[in-house]
Design a protein around this ligand. Structure first.
Ligand SMILES: C[S@@+](CC[C@H](N)C(=O)[O-])C[C@H]1O[C@@H](n2cnc3c(N)ncnc32)[C@H](O)[C@@H]1O
Length: 210
C-alpha cells in the first residue's frame, strides 16, 4: 500500500472524527472562513471527504476552488457533493505535488494535513505550498498541537498508531507547524483553539515581498 493512502478509512473518517472530537473538529475548520473574499482562488490540499466545500458554498460567494486529494475514495465522496450553487471546483486526484507549478492562489487550506509528514518531508511540503500562494495570500491551517496534558498526549499517540496501521502515514508525532510558518515569514493574523487546546486553527498571511 502507498504511504498515506486514506482509502481504507474514507468511509468512516468523518464519523470517527466526530465521535472523538464532536463538533470541535468542524468549528476549528470553519472559524477562519469569514476571511474568504468573493472571487478568491482557493487551493485545498488533502481535503478528505470534502464537507468543507459545502461550507464554502454556504458563504454564497463565487469562488474558484482547486481540490487536491490523492485518495480515490476520499475524492469520490467529495465529488458526490456536487452540484454547488456558488462555487466552482476543479478536482485533482493527486498529492500536493500534483498542483501545477507556477499557479498562484489567494487562499490555501491545509486542515489535518501537515501532521501526515515527518519533519524533513514537512519542510519540503511547506516550502512547495508557500510558492503556490500569492503575496498577501491567506493560509488557513487547522491541526493538532502538542500540549502538556497527559490524556491529550495519549490520544495523539493512539491516533498515530491507528493511522500508521490503517493508512501507512509516515509521521509518528506532531511538529510545531505555526513556528515553522512564522519562520517562513508568514504572519499570524489569528489563532483559535478548540477541544481543550488540542486543536488549533491559524490564519496566516504571506508577506507582500519575499
Ligand atoms: C487526516 S485527513 C484530513 C482530511 C480533511 N482535511 C479533514 O480534516 O477532514 C488527511 C487527508 O490528506 C490526504 N493526503 C494524504 N497524503 C497526501 C498528499 N501527499 N497530498 C495531498 N493530500 C494527501 C489524505 O488522503 C486525507 O484525505
Amino acid at each position: 500500500m502507498n504511504k498515506g493512502n486514506f482509502n481504507t478509512v474514507a468511509f468512516i473518517y468523518d464519523k470517527l472524527a466526530g465521535l472523538v472530537f464532536g463538533r470541535s473538529i468542524i468549528y476549528a475548520q470553519v472559524c477562519h472562513l469569514r476571511a474568504v473574499q468573493p472571487g478568491s482562488h482557493i487551493l485545498i490540499v488533502g481535503g478528505g471527504t470534502g464537507w468543507i466545500l459545502e461550507e464554502l458554498d454556504q458563504l454564497k460567494m463565487a469562488l474558484a476552488v482547486t481540490y487536491v486529494e490523492p485518495s480515490s475514495a476520499m475524492i469520490c465522496r467529495a465529488m458526490k457533493r456536487q452540484p454547488f450553487k456558488y462555487i466552482h471546483v476543479d478536482f485533482i486526484s493527486a498529492g500536493y505535488d500534483g498542483v501545477s507549478a507556477g499557479k498562484e492562489y489567494d487562499i490555501l487550506i491545509t486542515n489535518f494535513f501537515l501532521d501526515l509528514f515527518k519533519e524533513e518531508h514537512l519542510d519540503r511540503v511547506l516550502k512547495g505550498l508557500y510558492t503556490l500562494l500569492k503575496p498577501n495570500g491567506l493560509w488557513l491551517v487547522t491541526d493538532f498541537v502538542n500540549t502538556d496534558k497527559y490524556w491529550q498526549k495519549a490520544l495523539v499517540r493512539a491516533m498515530y498508531v491507528f493511522f500508521r496501521l490503517t493508512t501507512q502515514i509516515e509521521a509518528d508525532c506532531l511538529q510545531d507547524y505555526a513556528t515553522k510558518l512564522v519562520a517562513m515569514k508568514m504572519s499570524k493574523a489569528s489563532e483559535r483553539q478548540f477541544y481543550h487546546g488540542m486543536i488549533k486553527s491559524w490564519l496566516f498571511v504571506k508577506p507582500l515581498t519575499p
